[in-house]
Design a protein around this ligand. Sequence first.
Ligand SMILES: [Zn+2]
Ligand SMILES: [Zn+2]
Ligand SMILES: [Zn+2]
Ligand SMILES: [Zn+2]
Length: 476
Amino acid sequence: MASTGPAPPQPTLDSPEMLLLRSETATDEKPWLPSEVWLPQCKRGAWGSGVGVGAPIKALFNVGRLPHSCAVCKRGGLTGTKLTQCSRCKLARYCCKAHAKAHWATHKLCCARLSGLRKPDSREAWARSLVDVRLALAGAEPEAHEDATQLWIHMPRCAVCQDATRPLKRCARCQGAAFCPDHADATHAAADCDAAMLEVACFGMISDMGAPLAIASQSKARGPLPSGWKAYLDMKIWDFEVPEYILALAPPTAMLTEGLSLPLLAVRFLGGARETRPRFGSLVVHVVGAATPELVALHRFRELFAWLDARELRLVFVGPDLRLDGPDPEDTKEVLQPGEPGGDKTPFYFSGHRGAYHDVRPTLPDDLKTPQIVLAQHSGCHDLSLVHSWRPTLDLLLDMDVPCVFTGYNEFEANADAAILDDRGANFLAPPHLNPFRGLRPYSEVPGAKTPFYYVNQYALCVHGRRPPPAGESAS
Ligand SMILES: [Zn+2]
Ligand SMILES: [Zn+2]
Ligand SMILES: [Zn+2]
Ligand SMILES: [Zn+2]
């Protein structure tokens, strides 16, 4: 059916037809346009233009390395940018001298330690090489670890055999996957190609904006929380402070869902999906094991008011690594204060506390002490290095009569968290399951993972108190 006439005019991204296409092609799996049409729109920003970078990505959102992109601005093959590599470690990549210089302040902490290491040439060598990296970093500054680990696990390598020592040919479409000479004819799955492109483009949008898009919808929803993102976006796409056509683009939608994932998880487990809207007086939400990047745009938690009736929201963040002194002072007040962004007048208070939850909770004022729900986002309570410090917190949470939601980036993490909780006698309200409101922004997994990408809050589980001892067993 080859056509000889002129190609029909393509609708622009700003046109209503495009919005229609978005909702017609969207599913809960992929509520974005599964095609490249959004890429030209991304490229209209500073990221694509190649002229400077609008706002430098804050260090907080710049931790993720990408194999074929500049370490600073994430430009690469997708925008036609030529990259040079760090001459010493040959791992970090840069679009220009200025960005190499800007990265050096942190990169110098690990560059020399990495430069002596053998790059892996097979799947098996990957696992061993991670041990080598850990040994090489012994005694290094904490900042060096994150940079080095990210550079290493996102090292350019063959997508089939994981060989990182030979010349690679990149996928011409996504510029994310690469193949060694033995696998030069190999291709990767279309869904993975889409995800790789989206991952890079999300970093590009953040590069333009300085920070991820994290906002809440503006008005009360007419019905209960729907079953997943497609229904959510069909219902709410007109209800954000940014123009709808922005949300018709894949990267902003991916970031929007990432920001709303945790608030909507709270809504789900507070009964927001029921026909009758749940009512609360003062709604207290505890976020335990909170990390500093989670402090971004706290007013996204106003999303709770769209689905629940509450007189006020009191949001309490507690985490041993919580840095409350910056870098975004607007979002990181230690004192309680009403927040009123978006014209919504329902009082919203935030209180952040650095420390372990079992130490902090007894010191909280009475009006903050008793939450209606506890959220443990990517707690890592199964992690060997954290399991000891989490134990007293888990026991406290199970003793409190309150639903506690745990999330993991992938199935493995959620199952491992569940095993730890089960061990401590937890009563499961919901076993580990794929979260319908997981973030939709893809992140490359480590080599050898079950799936090529992971997502924020991809898996979730909910526990509430302890299960009763089996009949006949006496309490000890
Ligand atoms: Zn750059
Ligand atoms: Zn280097
Ligand atoms: Zn290969
Ligand atoms: Zn590809």
